[in-house]
Ligand binder design. Sequence first.
Ligand code: PLP
Length: 370
Amino acid sequence: MVSPRPVVRSLPAYKPGRNPADLAREIGVERAVKLASNEVAFPPLPAVVQALAAAAAETNRYPDNGAVVLTRALADRYGVDPAQIATGCGAVTLCQELAQAYNDPGTSIAFAWRSFEMYPLLAQVAGARALQVPLVPGRPGGPADTHDLDGLLAAIDDSTRLVFVCNPNNPTGTAVRLGELQRFLDAVPEHALVVLDEAYREFVTDPDVPDGMELMRGRPNVAVLRTFSKAWGLAGLRVGYLVAEDPGVAEAVRKTHVPFSVSMLAQAAAVAALASEEEVRNRCAAVVAERERLTAALRDRGLDVGDSQANFVWLALGQEAAGLAAALEARAVITRPFPGEGVRVTVGTPEEDDVFLAALDEVRAASPVA
Ligand SMILES: *Cc1c(COP(=O)(O)O)cnc(C)c1O
């Protein structure tokens, strides 16, 4: 009998998130609200829809495996050389390619925990050790929701090849500030590549939260990971990118690239999205305004909610988390529970968020724990 590798056998089976249409049918309501995956609620940009229609006519051909046009557009946008860039089938694929490029069995990957769920899986599949450094409270008396960069630095050892710093952090929404991140990067040994995962960068409003693209300059062991899935509205198309100070890093990632995995449609859409930057900026401003309204509404209800720098908020409810998410789901609102820790709620449209708040009020009236 064939048998997968032991590490693969031990991985949890993929559990798909609730589909809002199915849930609505099951409960017998017109529609369910999905606030679980940090997508933006806006439809695709008009220029994206146009570019997709035009590209559709050429899909009998393979895509450009070097994503030359997209790479050039990104290089222009950030003022870097195209050789410093690697594109990927979503930022998650770039994470995998990074581990393939840098982690032999027995090496390690360091990151904060709780953070992006992909990081521990990467380490496991690569046969690398996961050096997980617990989050610490970001404010006095608050929940453990913030990177402990001193702890992360202390965890890095001779075996460490990759260090992920998710800024802002998924799922807690907290961000590390310029001074502490600079000190951290200055101290990380040069054999470890620090990957600043900035999937939510476009929603950052605190001017003291550094832009990784600037911080990376002059630091050959730093790279920045970004995606078109969140602010740019292309989650369904799968395209992200890595920008590294050292072109050798981008080259290593390109060498482990799954051939043609950034589709022709994804490339065309990403180029069109970049050309619509002002519209994207306006959309992000609307998301941020709604984030502040949602945060205030939750605080008005007596809930302890930190300041999010992303397009989601974090309810650090500990043992109440799973129960609350289940009760919300029974009221046609899909959130993302992390059992025993908290519930992550994506900032939706004002209407969607009002549906969420009303469901939350109902749940809490029925059982006033959360
Ligand atoms: C969503 C997300 C990504 C990337 O998503 P892709 O859709 O694969 O581009 C990367 N990092 C974090 C922290 C995310 O939340």
